[in-house]
Write a protein that binds this ligand. Structure first.
Ligand SMILES: [Zn+2]
Length: 254
């Protein structure tokens, strides 16, 4: 929990599959009829778990910031496993003792259609198909739309008495653009052409503490096609960029 709530952003997001998608998991509906079922909700609709998207975004922002020589913690480094609590990545997605301020809810498919593809298990040693190694893989077809919600508690980052207004929002929106520009992939069997997706924001509500007090529980609503949204987005991007360049805020070395 956060000691104080300055504002909250609620983003409605949409994921469109550009190729077949396989995110495996235990299905809660009926016993699986295929070897590798896709993960579904209790009503049988395929889902993209929020944790999967978050994992992809976290890895992406880590790589980006490292590319800018900004020190961030590394989830692959056992020393800082779970996050150092202090770097920009931790401020966005949480650290060992720092709650994540970005919560991504599962995205749910708009229909139940899936397809079954045959696959062949490859023997790691011989690199040839294993005897009897044929198995089925269930996938969500290309063109499926998933919808979900992202919330950000406190879109700004306060550091050394300075408030970077909508830094977290800017960081997240920039990441989504970057992900799409590089034809982002999620899920499994990516090397076989699965999992190409596009993420779009359909609506953003920004609710301040004052809005709550005034009973304006929806706050201000922004639609991506408007100038207001683009202004908010570019200001937020500038706040994020200013924040990450302040190198005194990043992880200590060693
Ligand atoms: Zn960190």
């Amino acid at each position: 929990m956060f000691r104080k709530l300055v504002d909250r952003a609620i983003l409605q997001y949409k994921v469109t599959t550009k190729s077949d998608l396989h995110i495996g998991g235990h299905t809660t509906v009926e016993p699986a009829e295929v070897d590798n079922p896709v993960i579904k909700n209790t009503e049988g609709y395929p889902i993209i778990p929020g944790s999967s998207l978050k994992g992809v975004m976290r890895t992406e922002v880590e790589r980006l910031l490292k590319g800018l020589d900004i020190k961030v913690c590394d989830v692959f480094d056992n020393e800082s496993y779970g996050g150092c609590n202090e770097c920009p990545v931790c401020y966005l997605f949480g650290g060992k003792d720092l709650a994540s301020s970005i919560r991504i809810k599962d995205a749910v498919a708009d229909n139940k259609k899936t397809l079954i593809r045959d696959s062949v298990a490859i023997d790691r040693q011989t690199r040839k198909a294993r005897d009897g190694g044929k198995y089925d893989i269930e996938a969500v077809p290309r063109g499926t739309i998933f919808k979900g919600t992202i919330t950000i508690e406190n879109t700004g980052i306060e550091s050394d008495g300075y408030l970077y207004d909508h830094a977290k929002l800017g960081g997240l929106l920039g990441l989504i653009d970057f992900f799409n520009a590089c034809s982002g992939n999620i899920g499994h069997a990516v090397s076989r052409g699965f999992g190409e997706v596009e993420i779009e924001i359909e609506k953003l509500n920004l609710i301040t503490a004052q809005d709550y007090l005034d009973g304006k529980y929806e706050g201000s609503e922004y639609s991506p096609q408007t100038d207001e949204y683009q202004d908010l987005k570019s200001n937020a991007a500038a706040d994020w960029s200013k924040y990450v360049k302040e190198d005194k805020h990043v992880c200590q070395e060693g």
